[in-house]
Design a protein around this ligand. Structure first.
Ligand SMILES: *Cc1c(COP(=O)(O)O)cnc(C)c1O
Length: 457
């Protein structure tokens, strides 16, 4: 059969609300042109993030009923621990309430002022957690990974020569090194097994502990299966196991490939680091057998991690992004190619060549998409990653001005995507009328979440 169907049927529904363009204009103004500040009930299709927004399966809900809420040593923890050990092979499995909590605990116990952490591309919370410890987050993704239109099977790969040169110079100042799979900030692009293996060898040569930011490990493993020679016949689980075998630990937001609405973990082999991490965990998250989660959350996560490795599910998941991407390309809209695992990234620079980076073309597109179709996406460009030059105070723009439409897992159907494509194309047709935005207020960290904007001029 040529038609690829959603590999599930629906047994519970949630209505979504229609609003008019006029109403949406008002909501947008009230939210200071930052869609993070719009009430979700006024959004039609919410592509803000794939984080914690997925639908759980009947098996996950069933597992929640049997959750064990013992404060210490609950059965749910052991279920969760055994699944994470099976997939990752790591010795110490530390639950946290989400990914950034794992990052905070890891970096608080490893990096100090003046240190540097290399990565293919740090995700925003990862970067912020490194910088919060007065250390520097260094991105070393391959050059291909920064060219939106260029097709390459593994655009998330780290530049191995740059990594080697970087560590040769800075290994004493690098207490930990990372790789993000898939590379969220670079377009949800996968990292090849060969690249993971070689990066691992370099990290080991310089004795730098290597941690995988594993949020989308299952999507990455599936890309390896369909794109990398020698992996066609392996199961996605086997591929994931090999990926983790090259690392010394991982951070995980289970809100992504854990298929749950809340949860995460930190895992590692090092006994003394694990002991330090558990001590901080007790201070900030809770006892090591629940880490800020309910027992039932851990059970849902144990089931979800295995469901994320289901090949039928992954085929439909990856195809969804491809399907939307093909139609946008056919309409002449620039996107990151090839499409990644969890999202389609529109190149806002190519949509609005008349809006300069300091007027945030990505943020403009996010606002216009909401106005036109009630769709919510997120800017991944100079609002999220623009840096102030320490000397001149001027803003250095990000390398790319992207708008990410991220897809909640198992939530929207093909007709939702058809509608979204139509709305994006209509927005694109009105591109010449769009005007820039300026920031009128911003917080010191992660400004994209709460910054306030106003139209320029
Ligand atoms: C979401 C995400 C995080 C942070 O996880 P949270 O659960 O949102 O705290 C870290 N890294 C990557 C690559 C992510 O996508």
């Amino acid at each position: 059969m040529k038609t690829l169907i959603e590999p599930f049927k629906i047994k519970m529904v949630e209505p979504i609300s229609q609003t008019t363009e006029k109403q949406r204009e008002k909501f947008l103004k009230e939210a200071d042109y930052n869609p993070f500040l719009i009430r979700a009930e006024n959004i039609l299709l919410d592509f803000l993030t794939d984080s914690g927004t997925g639908a759980m399966s009947d098996r996950q809900w069933a597992a929640m009923i049997t959750g064990d809420e013992a404060y210490a040593g609950s059965k749910s923890f052991y279920n969760f621990e055994s699944v994470v050990k099976k997939i990752t092979g790591f010795k110490h499995i530390i639950p946290t309430h989400q990914g950034r909590a794992a990052e905070k605990i890891l970096f608080a116990n490893t990096v100090k002022k003046g240190d540097m952490v290399p990565n293919n591309t740090h995700f925003d919370t990862t970067r912020a957690n490194v910088e919060y410890n007065d250390a520097e987050a260094v991105d070393l993704v391959i050059a291909e990974g920064k060219q939106p239109a260029l097709v390459h099977p593994f655009k998330g790969n780290i530049d191995l020569e740059k990594l080697e040169a970087f560590l040769k110079k800075n290994h004493k100042k690098s207490p930990v090194g990372m790789m993000t799979v898939t590379n969220n900030s670079g377009g949800g692009q996968p990292v090849s097994m060969e690249n993971l293996r070689k990066a691992s060898a370099i990290y080991r040569k310089y004795k730098v502990p290597f941690f995988i930011d594993a949020c989308r490990f299952a999507e990455n493993a599936y890309f390896i299966k369909i794109r990398e020679k020698g992996y066609e016949k392996k199961s996605v689980l086997e591929i994931a196991q090999e990926m983790f075998s090259y690392a010394d630990g991982c951070t995980m937001s289970a809100k992504k490939d854990g298929m749950v609405n809340i949860g995460g973990f930190l895992a590692m082999n090092d006994d003394s680091l694990a002991a330090n991490c558990r001590n901080l965990l007790i201070l900030t998250e809770g006892f090591p057998s629940y880490g800020g989660l309910a027992g039932r959350d851990l059970d849902a996560l144990a089931v979800g991690l295995m469901e994320a490795l289901d090949e039928e599910y992954l085929r439909y998941r990856i195809r969804t992004a491809e399907y939307m991407g093909e139609q946008l390309l056919a309409a002449g809209i620039g996107i990151i190619r090839p499409t990644g695992g969890h999202a389609v990234y529109i190149d806002a620079k190519s949509v609005y060549p008349h809006i300069p980076p300091h007027q945030y073309p990505g943020q403009v597109l996010v606002c216009e998409l909401y106005k036109k179709g009630g769709i919510r996406g997120v800017e991944i460009g100079s609002v999220m990653f623009g840096k102030k030059d320490k000397k001149t105070g001027k803003e250095i723009p990000a390398a790319m001005e992207l708008v990410r439409l991220a897809f909640p897992r198992r939530v929207y159907t093909q007709s939702h995507f058809d509608y979204a494509v139509e709305a994006i194309i209509e927005t694109f047709e009105c591109r010449k009328k769009a005007k820039g935005l300026k920031i009128v207020w911003e917080p010191p960290f992660l400004r994209h979440f709460t910054a306030k904007f106003a139209p320029v001029g």
